[in-house]
Design a binder for this molecule. Structure first.
Ligand SMILES: Nc1nc2c(ncn2[C@@H]2O[C@H](COP(=O)(O)OP(=O)(O)OP(=O)(O)O)[C@@H](O)[C@H]2O)c(=O)[nH]1
Ligand SMILES: [Mg+2]
Length: 487
């Protein structure tokens, strides 16, 4: 099928969907909120805490409609899409509150509908439906592939893999690549081996010590039911970015599979999910990047540019203006801010703001309104000043998860400790200049930032009331994402 016919069909499908959603929205004001972030960024915890706070009376002084009592009630309702898994809110909440364990990892898209009954500022009673869609950030970072040819993608991926620290992780794959001739006859075993070695390389980049963010194609690391299919059995070859693949060659085989990946994975995601979102929050684990080192921070910045590119690409080039994606607000949130003393929260926000601004320049971004926040959806720590010699260090207190290690001690999951995670610099540019040590270049005792994983907090129950979960700035997030729709 030629690309233009394919595009026409895509547009027709998209248009039908948009019209249907539009009709629904007329009778029933709805906000479709996308929640995304790379794996372990904090999506599941964020959604669980947000829904719990809205339905069970959280403490949200900055969320105006809530703080002034205009929200009468918020409750869960059956979700609109029958083919999408439901977000397992109840079991995630049970882990968090009942067992004091973080919810387990999730790899698919999921959805939850929350209905909010509220009073407008003029006194009229209204309802706002909030559909929350949780999807992996890796899927989002695949969207730029839609506008790239195989040769462009291969050239970019190879260039990235030839810079430190990736080049050390890519040795096996590069060695195999050097034995391949793109013009040689197509060869399933060669494709299988290079896809495997390329995937191993991506997995090594994602490891906590390196914490790289930019690792498309996303499904290579989370294949689901596509594992071992031809659409996931390709890898970059060293080919000229403007050349044509000879028929029957290994190169042509790779091109075909790369295009199949876009057809089977990327386009349906764009059409069925991304194009239907109204608002988007992107959760970012900036602390994991500090932990790993300066290269991880630069990689994160490149990933943010990639993400901004997605919103721009979606808006301008893929489809007609009539039914283009309609996201009008994007919030970037640095998660797990409770790992830092509050004196560093503003600094964490400043680092993310700096990275997003640089990324916006790189992606020549113009589009939806953007804001940035440092957040802890669930605050697992308290604060204290700990004396070290004459100095008083701003420290945090929490219960490390069982098995965490610091200063040679392994924690049992019941003992509370005070730690000093490290001070973020007042000028974010200092971090980007790279003058700090992370796990990618030194052993953990020498790293400049040390973040222990803590258990969720122990909550005090008052009578039969379900306790509220402590948080940092979750109310500011709500105000930005839906405050204007509740006026
Ligand atoms: N202290 C603290 N830790 C958090 C918070 N949010 C997430 N975490 C930690 O980060 C881990 C990952 O959080 P999840 O919400 O499962 O992240 P996710 O993005 O859903 O991860 P995947 O489902 O694996 O993609 C948790 O197991 C916690 O250890 C938070 O607000 N505070
Ligand atoms: Mg999850």
């Amino acid at each position: 099928m030629t690309t233009s016919i394919q595009h026409l069909i895509e547009e027709a499908r998209l248009s039908a969907r948009a019209l249907y959603d539009f009709g629904e929205g007329l009778f029933n004001p709805t906000v479709r909120l996308g929640v995304t972030g790379l794996s372990r960024a904090g999506k599941t915890v964020f959604i669980t805490a947000l829904v719990h706070g809205l339905t069970r009376g959280g403490r949200f002084p900055v969320f105006e409609a809530f703080a002034t009592g205009r929200i009468a009630r918020a409750h869960l309702a059956p979700q609109p899409d029958d083919g999408v898994p439901r977000f397992a809110y109840e079991s995630h909440l049970q882990s968090l509150i009942g067992e004091r364990h973080w919810p387990s990892s999730t790899v698919d898209i999921s959805e939850l509908r929350l209905v909010i009954d509220y009073q407008r500022q003029n006194g009229a009673d209204r309802t706002l439906t909030l559909d929350i869609v949780d999807y992996p950030g890796e899927w989002l970072l695949d969207l730029p592939l839609l506008t790239k040819s195989y040769a462009q993608w291969a050239t970019e991926s190879l260039a990235l893999s030839r810079a430190a620290p990736r080049v050390h992780l890519a040795q096996d794959w590069h060695a195999h690549l050097a034995t391949l001739r793109p013009e040689a006859a197509q060869d399933e075993q060669a494709a299988l081996t290079s896809a495997k070695l390329f995937t191993d390389y991506l997995r090594a980049c994602r490891d906590e010590r390196f914490a790289m963010s930019l690792l498309p194609p996303g499904r290579f690391l989370m294949p689901g039911n596509l594992a071992h299919s031809p659409a996931l059995t390709f890898a970059p070859l060293d080919v000229p970015s403007d050349g044509t693949a000879p028929e029957g060659s290994l190169w042509a085989m790779m091109v075909r599979r790369y295009e199949a990946y876009k057809d089977i994975v990327v386009r349906p995601f764009f059409r069925d999910h991304f194009a239907r979102l109204d608002r988007q929050i992107v959760l970012v684990d900036a602390l994991a990047a500090f932990n790993a080192g300066p290269e991880a921070l630069h990689d994160l910045e490149a990933a943010l540019a990639g993400i901004l590119d997605c919103f721009r690409i979606g808006r301008s080039t893929l489809f007609s203006n009539l039914f283009r994606p309609r996201i009008d607000r994007i919030l970037f949130a640095a998660t797990k801010a409770d790992h830092l003393h509050h004196s560093s929260h503003d600094r964490l926000e400043a680092v993310l703001r700096h990275a997003v601004a640089k990324a916006a320049d790189r992606a020549e971004y113009a589009g939806a309104a953007i804001d940035v926040v440092a957040l802890a959806a669930v605050r697992a720590t308290r604060e204290a000043q700990v004396a070290r010699g004459r100095e008083k260090l701003p420290s945090i207190l929490g219960t490390p998860t069982p098995g965490e290690i610091a200063n040679g001690e392994t924690f049992d999951g019941n003992t509370e400790v005070a730690t000093f995670p490290g001070d973020l610099p007042g000028d974010p540019e200092e971090l980007f200049r790279g003058g700090f040590r992370g796990l990618s270049s030194s052993p953990s005792e020498k790293a400049d930032f040390r973040f222990l994983r803590f258990r969720p907090p122990l909550l005090e129950r008052e009578g039969d009331e379900e306790p509220a979960l402590p948080h940092i700035r979750l109310d500011r997030v709500l105000q930005f994402l839906i405050g204007d729709r509740l006026q």
